[in-house]
Design a protein around this ligand. Structure first.
Ligand code: ZN
Length: 487
């Protein structure tokens, strides 16, 4: 009897243990599911790993809906041997573990949506009973793969360069390629940090980094348009400001050297055509420091600006001393994009898109959840719309008749500005060309940066033209699908 009783007891005990065990397992799964569903945006890589193991991540598609990365419980798989892999590598980024969830990569910026974080499974009663893996959304990038490949083809002889292009009316980023790139499958070409754990973001050549958004360069003469805009906003009659360029001049105690001796530069238009350094340094000296600094902040310099979900390297301009403000050398050299002035192609593309649109543009975005429309965000007010219009007329004139003629496209109103930026730390110059189309049907802005450009910076303007032409062709072919062809 006693044995029977204890046997029954033991069986009951085992049964209770079993139920408790089941409950514990359920609770673990449930809390992981709740955690994954409600986790807020965070930079902690370990948080993401824990979610990753409990998530069924979504796919990454290109603009046309083609799968670039296949999401599965094991993570993301690139298409073995695909021609587009290296074109997308620095934009999409390597596996999340290697980037420490860097927001400057697509995988980092899109992690929340791809992993289904914040999808509120807790409110679904079935999911409480059966806490299944959180499924992430598919993400559709705005980039066009043919344009990505076109940019890579243009940069074939430029191992350390970048091209960025976006539609300033819709915000869609059409192209973002950056070199040196890497193989996203073998990870060959990535520079690791000192602990050999995460991808290094401090490599001077920018290996594997998305240079369009996370790599600061001196903008060189492309900055002259910003100086011109601040000047016109301050006093529109400065469009007629004239000064002498003797080749070398001392302005506010700072020695400024021009790349040529331009003699009398009779207007802002002429200064932009000739890209005269002394003119823009002298022009900056006409503007009070506080006005100049405020103008820079309005254009996104010295301020934290977020562009959609991406973490963008902020434009830096000068070392602002709290007591004395911008130093003369930072201000006067910064007026033509040298000294401590630094920016990203994305920031400059936003500024030129704003100019081309007459102050009515939107901020770029890189992706949307597949099937959901993206809400565009208007560009912050940088300067007055009349300033933007006046400047756009001048920059269009420069492309039609002046220094930017290699970016001219027949039948289009193209604005543009070139730049040759010196780093001041022994690195070879970076050649810039930023161009934008003003025509309503083709609102594109492109920024070409050719690093180590002693080997041919003159290609920047033709590359800008070719990218814009490709975007025009793509738009025409996309539109042609909806139209009945004329005989
Ligand atoms: Zn000059």
């Amino acid at each position: 009897m006693l044995i029977l009783k204890s046997k029954r007891k033991a069986r009951r005990f085992a049964g209770i243990l079993f139920i408790i065990g089941l409950f514990v397992i359920w609770a673990v799964f449930f809390f992981r599911s709740v955690k994954a569903a409600n986790m807020e945006w965070s930079y902690s890589a370990s948080d993401y790993y824990s979610v990753m193991s409990y998530s069924s991540p979504g796919n990454i598609l290109d603009r046309s809906g083609e799968i670039l990365l296949d999401g599965s419980r094991e993570g993301w798989k690139w298409n073995e041997g695909a021609a587009y892999n290296s074109a997308y590598a620095s934009l999409i980024g390597p596996d999340i573990k290697l980037t420490a969830v860097s927001k400057s990569t697509m995988l980092g910026a899109g992690a929340k949506k791809l992993l289904g974080i914040g999808s509120n499974t807790i409110y679904n009663p079935l999911k409480i009973l059966l806490p299944l893996p959180v499924s992430g959304d598919d993400i559709r990038m705005t980039t066009d793969t043919s344009l990505q490949l076109k940019a890579m083809e243009l940069l074939a002889d430029y191992p350390t360069s970048s091209i960025f292009m976006y539609n300033y009316k819709t915000g869609e980023v059409l192209t973002s390629v950056s070199k040196p790139t890497f193989d996203p499958i073998t990870l060959e070409g990535i520079v690791m940090d000192e602990n050999n754990k995460y991808m290094s973001f401090s490599d001077k050549q920018g290996k594997g980094i998305n240079k369009n958004i996370a790599y600061l360069r001196p903008p060189g003469s492309t900055m002259k348009s910003v100086t011109a805009a601040i000047a016109l906003d301050y006093d529109e009659s400065l469009a007629d400001f004239s000064c002498k360029c003797p080749g070398t001049a001392t302005i506010d105690g700072v020695k400024v050297i021009c790349h040529s001796t331009h003699g009398t530069v009779k207007s802002m238009q002429s200064a932009l055509d000739k890209s005269c350094n002394i003119y823009f340094a002298t022009l900056a000296s006409q503007i009070p420091n506080d006005v100049f600094e405020a103008g820079l902040v309005d254009c996104g310099f010295n301020s934290v600006v977020s562009y959609g979900e991406y973490n963008v390297a902020d434009g830096v301009f000068g070392e602002v001393d709290k007591l004395n403000g911008l130093s003369s050398i930072d201000k006067l050299y910064g007026a033509f994009g040298q000294a401590t002035c630094r920016t990203t192609p994305l920031q400059m593309a936003v500024i030129y898109g704003y100019i081309a649109s007459g102050g009515d543009s939107v901020l770029p975005y890189f992706f949307e959840i597949d099937g959901k429309e993206h809400e565009t965000e208007e560009t912050f007010a940088m300067f007055g719309s009349s300033t933007a219009e006046t400047l756009a007329d001048m920059l269009e004139q420069s492309v039609s008749n002046g220094s930017g003629s290699k970016a001219y496209i027949e039948g289009m109103n193209v604005i543009g500005k070139s730049g040759t930026a010196q780093w001041g730390d022994g690195r070879e110059d970076t050649a810039w060309f930023i161009a934008a189309i003003r025509n309503e049907d083709y609102p594109f802005v492109v920024c070409v940066c050719l690093d180590e450009s002693s080997r041919g910076g003159s290609s920047a303007a033709p590359f800008a033209r070719k990218m814009l032409q490709s975007a025009i062709d793509l738009t025409n072919s996309e539109n042609a699908i909806d139209e009945i062809p004329e005989e």
